[in-house]
Design a binder for this molecule. Structure first.
Ligand SMILES: [Zn+2]
Length: 237
């Protein structure tokens, strides 16, 4: 494992998922939800990597192996919305320290990548924008919704942040949310270009026109585009 990537996709990438309740979430339903999470909830994430690597000519039985750990009881450091460079740097150091302690506080050996899934109460809007990942340290922080009906959408954010830890960049306009052309399009060759049928995973939205888009319902409605594939080593021989 070097600094540039966690995997050459020659051996399985081990991904640890650590659920936790979001700060201030005292909801009894959320608590029940996180305590009853099952590994199968995250199976689609494993299957996604099998499918997408296959499209890029890599036939691997299990490229990603997910372990679900028990609920973490502490809270990650808070990153303010308007944080400048220095504040982000300090936050990422704190985050790496917190991740190390939090992963050590529950059973099981941490994988190559640690994804902390912070569950907010059910309902309300998607939380992709507030999710984040640190490439250094291979740590993802996913903001998710604590309901079974949100599992499919939560898995989109998990894949998105996991790919960030492996070096993938965002492929949407950070202020408007519009997927970038061509790298944010799952099928940049499509004629006519719009509407696209699925989302590029790092754009995370399905573009309907040059100014409109909609959210995919599950990772089945997303693909790894060629630029992302190059960034995360899908194209290495
Ligand atoms: Zn992102």
């Amino acid at each position: 494992m070097d600094n540039s990537r966690a995997t050459d996709w020659e051996r399985p990438l081990y991904v640890s998922i650590y659920p936790l309740l979001a700060a201030g979430n005292n909801n009894a339903g959320s608590l029940r939800f996180v305590q009853q999470l099952k590994p199968r909830t995250f199976k689609p994430v494993e299957q996604y990597f099998v499918r997408e690597l296959k499209r890029y000519g890599k036939n691997l039985e299990q490229p990603v192996v997910i372990t679900l750990h028990s609920v973490v009881q502490s809270q990650p450091p808070v990153l303010e919305n308007a944080a400048g460079r220095l504040a982000v740097g300090i936050w990422s150091l704190k985050m790496r320290y917190w991740a190390w302690r939090a992963a050590g506080s529950v059973e099981g050996v941490a994988g190559d990548v640690r994804i902390f899934v912070s569950y907010h109460p059910a309902g309300g809007q998607d939380l992709l924008e507030r999710s984040t990942a640190l490439r250094k340290g291979y740590i993802g922080l996913v903001n998710a919704r604590a309901s079974r009906s949100s599992n499919a959408k939560n898995n989109i954010i998990i894949v998105h942040e996991l790919l960030h830890t492996l070096g993938a960049s965002d492929k949407y306009n950070l202020s408007s949310g519009q997927p970038l052309v061509p790298q944010g399009l799952a099928d940049p060759q499509r004629k006519p270009l719009y509407p696209q049928k699925v989302a590029e995973i790092m754009a995370a939205q399905i573009p309907l026109s040059s100014s409109r888009w909609r959210s995919p319902a599950n990772i089945g409605q997303t693909m790894v585009g060629s630029e992302t594939a190059a960034e995360v080593g899908f194209l290495y021989d």
